[in-house]
Design a protein around this ligand. Structure first.
Ligand code: PHE
Length: 514
């Protein structure tokens, strides 16, 4: 016990798993997974999604947790520890989740608004709220403050403790809502059929691409998060087992979210003959409130729990996104945790304001507030998630697969058996799976990630009508901006960080920065 008190990190394995699951389970599970599934061929999509989780997500997750755990430090230091020329990947992995936070917080603000408004009429809120700049800014601030308070309290007392309380609550609410939904009666079977009937013709290559991207986002990969959280784990944590549990839990929650939503939407259709929109922002913030309203007071109560649950999911995810930058700032600049999160959170909030306004413009059909022909949210999402996230995930595989342990001769260096044995010696015990993992992380997974990156870019530069996303802006500007940002970080790294100390988790204790 005594020694553990002095460690800057999670107290136990369960704490780590719940915190990482808290990061993974978010808007991606409760909102985008269900509608993407229904759009891309139901169970066919789920099938490809699960394969993506196994052959890419799971592998990258082990790689990232291990990189952090091994270095016991922020992502920049974690990569530097492997090779001094790779630290920029860490820097980029800190920036990407920060960028995502700037729009995630806006959506988080929406979920808080809908929760608190559950007992009044939520059906017209999307229109009235999204266009109301003052209110959007206010709710984004509330969301951001909740996130900051938890991070301020520290890894153990804030992140770990809150996850241990919030994640079980989230799961219980979700199961409860699924039960309610499945027993609505009329239309439930049609809803299930719409959600899950496998239709491989509706899947197509676009669906496969969407499933792969969704797997990364949903598991919080390529964002420094798992490196950062992994760095807070001690010797006693089994990386492979933890990663498996996180991935299974995340997938289960996503699947259940669809079971909660679609029967309800189809029940409403069966009762009223009115078809509600099943996709995009509209599904959660406009269609569901209509269903809740039609159910009277019971609907109000369910609405409160539903949006409360989504808020919890969004908060625990945003916590992880912001912790990455906070950790780095604490360690690199020897700044106290409270000050670090105040800086990171405030900048994030300031950027989220125009994102919120721009989203409001888009939702209320007003002109203006766009970048490259798109609202700011889409712009940020494309840069962070579509272009830069795969770069970071690819980097994690390459760093681990090709740089961690150099063999004595070139030939040895290439073999995945050699990597496997070295990983074993270094404490990454994966048993029989070790060989498979080493092979995957070296060869297969990076190739698949490259496919995601290349086709993701093609998809936004040459958007097709039924492409992976509805995109009408200037894709070239998006891609060029994203790579320009990457270049800036590479230059910054080599100029200012490569030869300098970038700190470790221990600093927070030894330099008394908590
Ligand atoms: N995994 C979260 C979700 O599904 C989002 C997230 C992405 C969180 C990246 C942290 C880092 O909503």
């Amino acid at each position: 016990m005594d020694t553990e008190k002095k460690v800057n990190g999670f107290v136990g394995g369960l704490g780590f798993i719940l915190a990482a699951a808290g990061s993974a389970v978010g808007l991606g599970n409760l909102w985008s997974f269900p509608y993407k599934t229904s759009q891309h061929g139901g169970a066919a999509f789920v099938f490809v999604y699960i394969i993506s989780v196994i052959v890419m997500g799971f592998i990258v997750m082990i790689a990232e947790i291990y990189l952090g755990k091994r270095a016991q430090a922020n992502p920049v230091s974690s990569y530097k520890k492997i090779n001094n020329n790779l630290g920029w990947i860490g820097l980029l992995s800190i920036f990407v989740p920060f960028l995502v936070t700037c729009y995630y917080a806006v959506l988080g603000g929406y979920t808080v608004k809908f929760t608190l408004n559950s007992f009044s009429d939520n059906t017209s809120v999307m229109q009235s709220f999204s266009g109301n700049v003052g209110e959007v800014i206010l709710y984004t601030a509330i969301f951001m403050i909740l996130v900051m308070v938890v991070i301020m309290a520290g890894v153990q007392k804030g992140i770990e403790k809150s996850s241990k309380i919030l994640m079980p609550i989230l799961f219980v609410i979700l199961v409860g809502i699924v039960m309610c939904s499945l027993f609505l009666g009329n239309g439930v079977l049609e809803g299930l059929n719409y959600y899950l009937n496998p239709d491989f013709s509706a899947l197509g290559f676009d669906g496969v691409l969407a499933a792969m991207g969704q797997a990364f986002f949903s598991l919080s990969l390529g964002m420094g998060v798992m490196i950062s959280y992994g760095s807070y784990t001690g010797k006693n944590i089994k990386v492979g087992k933890s990663a498996m549990m996180i991935a299974i839990f995340d997938t289960l929650v996503a699947f259940l979210a669809g079971l909660a939503i679609f029967p309800a939407i189809y029940h409403y259709y069966a009762e009223t003959g009115i078809e509600l929109t099943n996709s995009g922002v509209v599904l959660m913030f406009s269609s569901l409130p209509i269903v809740f309203k039609s159910l009277g007071i019971a609907g109000n109560i369910v609405s409160f729990f539903f949006f409360g649950m989504v808020s919890i999911a969004a908060i625990t995810s945003a916590i992880s996104m912001l912790e990455v930058a906070t950790q780095f700032i604490i360690q690199k600049f020897s700044i106290k945790r409270k000050k670090a999160i105040a800086i990171v959170g405030s900048i994030g909030y300031l950027v989220s304001v125009p994102v919120g306004i721009s989203l409001g413009f888009a939702l209320t059909g007003k002109e203006g507030m766009t970048i490259a022909g798109q609202d700011w949210l889409t712009f940020f999402d494309l840069i962070g998630n579509t272009v830069l996230m795969p770069v970071c995930a690819f980097g994690a595989c390459i760093a681990l697969g090709w740089f961690t342990f150099k063999g004595k001769n070139a030939k040895e260096n290439l073999s995945s058996n050699y990597l496997c044995s070295q990983l074993e010696e270094d404490g990454l015990k994966l048993g029989k799976f070790g060989k498979v993992f080493s092979f995957m992380v070296k060869y297969i997974t990076p190739i698949l990630i490259a496919v995601v990156e290349i086709f993701g870019i093609i998809d936004i530069v040459f958007p097709t009508q039924n492409g992976a996303r509805e995109f009408s802006g200037n894709g070239l500007v998006v891609v060029v901006t994203a790579y320009a940002i990457m270049l800036v970080f590479i230059v910054l790294y080599f100029l200012f960080l490569k030869k300098k100390e970038t700190g470790s988790n221990e600093d927070e204790i030894t330099k008394n920065l908590s």
